[in-house]
Design a binder for this molecule. Structure first.
Ligand code: GLP
Length: 235
């Protein structure tokens, strides 16, 4: 299958292009949106916040959450989502994995049941420098559904900038699996910057391999990729 590639000048234009995908999905009657954190989605959320789009009867399901952080913790992904989107644009229901769940097995099972009960119409994804999507690190089986992940050192390093001390970065996360992500009807992956260029090229042009998690998207029928010039520089 062919991924649709949208090249943009910068993150501001990427925000507008990503917003257009959400707008179109709403007009087509989408009811469930898969959402992502990280710096990449921020300009899309800014465009949504500034718009008159209404999600008050819609459902959102986030990709992942750090294990050990409560939703009130400023470093948690639940907190991020409230700050960047939900406070301004509430959904009827918003799901994020519970980082404080006592029983990890029960939590991942509960979360996958939520995904199955609310099929995702449009899933937004960022891209790790090593090709991870959600927190599915290289080597993760394509058959994994929601699971508890041990973060790699490269991901801990990449995310350390959001924490005061590298030692504060959680070592584990709950993440939708590759198989959970692939259940989505449409996928929108966004990547910016030189540091993502190798992963973008491998995702689109390389072999489909568990060593490059995002390459699985070559097996999905409806994928749109938004990249800036730096991220597209190795295509
Ligand atoms: C984190 C998140 C991913 C995100 C990635 C890239 O590890 N779990 O969902 O896509 O980092 O982050 P950024 O967009 O800040 O480059």
């Amino acid at each position: 299958t062919v991924m649709k590639i949208i090249k943009v000048q910068d993150q501001t234009m990427g925000g507008k292009a990503g917003f257009a995908q959400f707008d179109a999905a709403l007009k087509q009657g989408a009811s469930t949106f898969g959402l992502a954190t990280g710096s990449t989605p921020i300009t899309i959320y800014e465009e949504i916040v500034a718009s008159d789009l209404d999600f008050s009867e819609k459902t959102s399901i986030n990709l992942d959450e750090y294990v050990g952080l409560s939703g009130d913790d400023v470093q948690s992904y639940a907190y991020f989502m409230h700050e960047h989107l939900f406070n301004a644009k509430p959904f009827a229901q918003s799901y994020v994995p519970n980082g404080l769940a006592e029983d990890a097995d029960a939590e991942v099972k509960r979360y996958e049941e939520i995904i199955d009960a609310n099929p995702i119409d449009l899933q937004l994804l960022g891209l790790g420098q090593n090709g991870h999507i959600g927190f599915n690190e290289p080597g993760t089986s394509f058959n994994e559904t929601t699971h508890k992940v041990t973060l790699t050192q490269s991901t801990i390093d990449a995310n350390a900038r959001f924490f005061e001390d590298e030692n504060d970065v959680p070592r584990y996360a709950y993440s939708m699996g590759i198989a959970s992500i692939m259940k989505s009807k449409n996928i929108l992956l966004v990547a910016y910057g030189e540091a993502k260029a190798a992963a973008v090229a491998a995702m689109i042009e390389g072999p489909v391999t568990e060593d490059m998690p995002a390459s699985v998207l070559q097996n999905h029928a409806n994928v749109t990729v938004i990249v800036d010039e730096a991220a597209a520089s190795k295509l």
